[in-house]
Design a protein around this ligand. Structure first.
Ligand code: ADP
Ligand code: ZN
Length: 652
């Protein structure tokens, strides 16, 4: 009998098992574990000889799958160490249930054909293609593929994929889930003759299993997926592309808190392959790496076929005519009118679902709150509910104030997408107006159908949230109105400015992806704000320079490091005392500052009280080791939950 160390998808990590045959590290095995029979992976570590052999159980099954390659195993332990999480919980993201279950109708994973079509590149694209090809000879190498939306970045990295397909190995393309659309997949199919393997949260168990196995066997040559595709069991990666590398959704915000773009770079390094980060608005982190020479900079300077960025105008909302509450300024209203007359399409952007973000009572001043969170309830008039956007709590819209019981005293404050829709209907009753948000677009088919209606010119005015910022190119869309350009700037967390710049730049880019000249109007109460100014002048480098200067000054990422500690409990006193104990016991080092504990901005979430600590250090300090050792010395009451968030993106 052989003694093997097996990593299981549990918080405790490796266990020893017996096997009749030797199994190499990376082999998948099914083992008895309590009353369950989970799948695990033979780990590349020495068995733990403290347990006598007589107490060990035997593995149940070791099917004939190829083993996970060594860089997969290293990647799992790397992510665990970096995020200060249990290795088994990282493994959990890399496994699927019942990997050996037989599929009755197996999916087909035909290899994409690099020579399916002939593309003629613009001179700028040619230079980009050649540079990327050259950098691709170096083994591990990072390039930022930088160009405005519509400059032909996708076409360029498709060409790099075509080249990579002619050598052995697999290719991974990461997209934010929202951009993983039928349009993108159709484009891939046109270019390569077949669809790529796809990986995202909406796959059926059968699709998930077949895809996972095709990745493991190496049969799936190109995989396009959302961030979780990073954990697929590639045999040999040969190229990684991270499209929209700046997108905040690459940061996973529950379970293991990881940044998929950063981890993709690690994965490329372990596989010793090229990685291309594409963006029209690169993240500050990536831009700093370009400036320091760690990443190559491949630039596409203009829009493909000469389309231009729209003219941008700021509508100053501070000096508006008095009258009933309106969210659409007269400037924006006339622009919409002109577009209707010209039979061109307009997009109104507001990044808030529902009708109004707050309902209050005119009689007693009560603001209706979530009973489980310190947050206002958002009015969703269409569905007749008030909803908490943090925990999902809903209640019917009351007809009287829940506190003072005055009738008809409730008023809606501020706009959401439904309210803008209502206003447009009253301003332009004859226009064909559509509203869309993540609530109405519950599956990709609906989105596809809407896109087709827009392309067929069946929509005049489109109102929507972030869901419209990306994806399809609508040639007749020539006006973008941003209802509240200041919205993302409030709160002032580390990346508020960066996110606002990226999102609004992208949204405004929707007008002007065509030969017709486009136009954008930014409604703002702070027109002198640096971000709003940079947006109006379309001056990315000014924005980046100032943002980088201020981060450097404050020693904020990427010049320093942050880790957040979030302490939560149903028991407020225990949460607070634990947070204080954590702060008190944190090792005192000259390179580390501990801020807090303070009550989190969302002081109560899902009925739990929350306190936050922020650990700030310089770049050289091995913060993960320090956090790991420190946390393991703590006695934390079982009723208290402590989470570490390395490189936090959310600060609520
Ligand atoms: P980006 O990824 O930078 O937004 P795309 O690659 O999507 O840019 O290109 C924008 C548009 O121009 C697309 O409709 C694409 O099909 C077209 N395009 C880009 N490059 C070429 C090319 N070399 N030949 C023909 N069409 C191209
Ligand atoms: Zn809530």
């Amino acid at each position: 009998m052989q003694r093997l160390s097996v990593l299981l998808p549990t918080p405790n990590g490796c266990y020893d098992y017996l096997s009749t045959e030797p199994l190499s590290p990376g082999r998948l095995v099914q083992v008895p574990f309590g009353r369950r029979q989970p799948w695990g992976v033979v780990w590349n570590q020495k068995p733990d000889l403290t347990v006598p052999e007589s107490k060990l159980k035997s593995i149940i099954l070791a099917p004939d799958f190829l083993p996970l390659s060594p860089d997969n195993l290293t990647f799992i332990s790397w992510v665990a160490r970096y995020t200060v999480s249990p290795m088994g919980m990282v493994l959990k993201m890399a496994l699927i249930p019942d990997p050996n279950k037989v599929s009755r109708h197996p999916l087909d994973f035909a290899s994409p054909n690099p020579k399916n079509t002939n593309v003629t590149f613009s001179p700028a694209q040619q230079v980009a293609v050649q540079s990327l090809q050259q950098y691709g000879q170096n083994g591990f190498d990072v390039s930022l593929l930088d160009g405005v939306t519509g400059s032909g970045k996708t076409e360029v990295y498709f060409e790099r994929i075509a080249q990579a397909l002619q050598t052995p190995g697999q290719i991974l393309v990461l997209l934010p889930e929202i951009t993983l659309t039928t349009a993108w997949l159709n484009r891939f199919r046109d270019r390569f003759g077949v669809a790529p393997a796809v990986w995202h949260s909406a796959l059926t168990p059968h699709q998930r299993r077949d895809t996972w196995r095709a990745v493991l066997s190496g049969q799936a040559r190109v995989v396009v997926g959302a961030r979780s595709a990073l954990f697929l069991p590639f045999q040999r990666l040969n190229l990684i592309v991270v499209d929209e590398e700046h997108d905040p959704s690459y940061k996973q915000e529950d379970g293991i808190l990881y940044q998929a773009r950063d981890m993709a770079i690690v994965r490329a390094k372990l596989a010793n392959c090229q990685i291309i980060l594409a963006s029209a608005t690169p993240s500050v982190e990536t831009y700093c790496n370009v400036q320091s020479g760690r990443f190559h900079h491949v630039i596409l300077p203009e829009r493909f076929a000469g389309a231009s960025f729209p003219d941008i105008q700021i509508a100053d909302m501070r000096h508006r005519e008095k009258g009933p509450v309106r969210f659409i300024s007269s400037d924006l209203k006339s622009a919409l009118m002109e577009n209707l007359v010209r039979k061109e399409q307009s997009l109104l952007f507001i990044n808030r679902r529902g009708y109004a973000p707050l309902v209050l009572c005119r009689a007693c001043g009560e603001r209706i709150k979530c009973p489980h969170c310190s947050a206002w309830l958002v009015e969703h008039r269409r569905s007749g509910f008030l909803q908490c956007h943090h925990c999902g709590f809903t209640r019917p819209i009351p007809t009287e104030c829940p506190t003072c019981h005055e009738k008809d005293s409730l008023i809606s404050c501020g706009p959401g997408v439904e309210r803008i829709y209502e206003e447009v209907l009253s301003l332009f009753p004859n226009a064909r107006t559509e509203m869309t948000s993540s609530e109405t677009m519950t599956n990709p088919k609906l989105f596809q159908a809407l896109s087709e209606r827009i392309l067929a010119n069946e929509v005049d005015i489109l109102i929507g949230t972030q869901i419209l910022a990306k994806g399809h190119n609508f040639p007749n869309l020539t006006l973008v109105g941003v209802i509240d350009a200041d919205m993302g700037l409030a709160g002032g967390d580390l990346r508020a400015g960066e996110r606002t710049f990226q999102l609004l730049h992208q949204v405004m880019g929707r007008a002007g992806r065509q030969q017709k000249s486009g136009r954008a109007i930014l409604q703002s109460y702070s027109p002198d704000n640096l971000i709003i100014q940079a947006l109006q002048k379309n001056d990315r480098s000014r924005f980046l320079t100032e943002e980088i200067e201020s981060r450097k000054l404050l020693q904020m990422p990427p010049f320093g490091r942050l880790a957040a500690v979030i302490v939560s409990s149903k028991n407020q006193e225990q949460a607070y005392q634990t947070a204080r104990q954590l702060a008190r016991t944190f090792p005192v080092l000259p390179t580390i500052t501990v801020l807090g504990p303070v009550a989190a901005p969302l002081a109560v979430l899902r009925g739990k009280y929350r306190f936050r600590l922020l650990i700030k250090s310089d770049k050289a300090t091995p913060i993960q080791n320090i956090l790991h050792t420190w946390l393991h010395q703590q006695k934390i009451p079982t009723s208290v939950d402590v989470r570490l968030d390395i490189d936090p993106y959310s600060f609520f």
